[in-house]
Design a binder for this molecule. Sequence first.
Ligand SMILES: Cc1ncc(C[n+]2csc(CCO)c2C)c(N)n1
Length: 223
Amino acid sequence: MSTFTERLWKHVAPIWEKTHQHPFVTGLGDGTLPVESFAFYMKQDYVYLIDYAKIFAIASTKAHDLETSAKFAGLQEATLNGEMALHRQYAERFGISREELEATEPSFVMIAYTSYMLKVAHQGSLAELVSAVLPCMWGYWEIGKKLAKVEGAMNHEWYGEWVRTYSSEEFGELAAWLIGLMDQLAEGKSEQELARLEEHFLTTSKMEYLFWDMAYRKEMWPC
Ligand SMILES: Cc1ncc(C[n+]2csc(CCO)c2C)c(N)n1
């Protein structure tokens, strides 16, 4: 018997493969990514994470046991003060102030992405919420591991810190925890329910791709 996340992995493989080949992602590894695209990404990602942290808070209220509730509360804290500190550090290097970072005008891809996750978080079950946020964590872990193997990527003057963060053992453990929770929550669910979880997972995986692409092209609203 294979696990539910093995099923997800099989179905998402072509989307993730396309993501790994995107010039933003390969450029993070080999250093060819234009630094202006990276700065654009950091700003959009900062406002993305403001929403994302709220989704962890919702997950904490929907948790079925105290341990899971505490873990999500901790994740909200880690996002606001850990992951976003990385962004604040980068912004400082770029000469972008905290106020400017926080006042970033959201791109339409960023709004579409977080709005989808927030909708699922508010309206769906905990299993649905986890299926929608899983590509962010699992996907970054896969990218982090891949880029860490690229010669010089860990020590690159701009992107090294990013690669070290998302390939770290600590981050891997977090991703593994969420994958385990997804499998646990999928247990005993009907095929109809599992199909809904898979749909969320595939949708946000595609959103991840779009996020890289939006940042690479520095794409804002067309009008
Ligand atoms: C577009 C986008 N997708 C995924 C992540 C990664 N991420 C989002 S929340 C979280 C948990 C810990 O803070 C992690 C690792 C990101 N930053 N930006």
